[in-house]
Design a protein around this ligand. Structure first.
Ligand SMILES: [Zn+2]
Length: 132
């Protein structure tokens, strides 16, 4: 004797994917026929309820749309303001870096071209003041 249909077999039967053996079991078993009928009725009821309930239109409140437009406009504006500021700051930083490099190079040059060691410099200044 065959067992009753499983849920998987019922689903396959509903989608028309079952074999001849399942069809035969359904024909021979009133309990499975009842189960299939109930399942089909439930599905049909579900489909009808879906068709009858209107799908709510997706709409945002007007104030929210306006708000999001404002946010977008503000973001665009701040980007337009911030981009040149950022660019200027970057260029200024590069210029400062170049200036600092130049200063360092000058100091290196100065210390290289010194005729006397740095520790003797106060003495040299004294001498040059006396000369003036
Ligand atoms: Zn059965």
């Amino acid at each position: 004797m065959n067992s009753h249909l499983s849920l998987e077999e019922i689903c396959r039967w509903l989608s028309g994917e079952c074999g001849e053996d399942v069809e035969e079991r359904i024909r021979e078993c009133p309990a499975c026929q009842t189960e299939l009928r109930q399942f089909r009725n439930a599905l049909a009821g579900f489909r009808i309820s879906l068709e009858q309930v209107p799908v709510p239109a997706v709409s945002y409140p007007r104030s929210r749309q306006t708000l999001s437009r404002w946010i977008l406009a503000t973001a665009a504006l701040s980007l337009m303001v911030a981009a040149p500021v950022y660019w200027n700051a970057r260029q200024q930083r590069a210029a400062e870096q170049a200036k600092a490099d130049e200063l360092l190079l000058e100091r290196v040059n100065a210390s290289l071209s010194r005729s006397v060691p740095a520790s003797m410099e106060p003495l040299m200044q004294l001498i040059s003041k006396e000369n003036q």
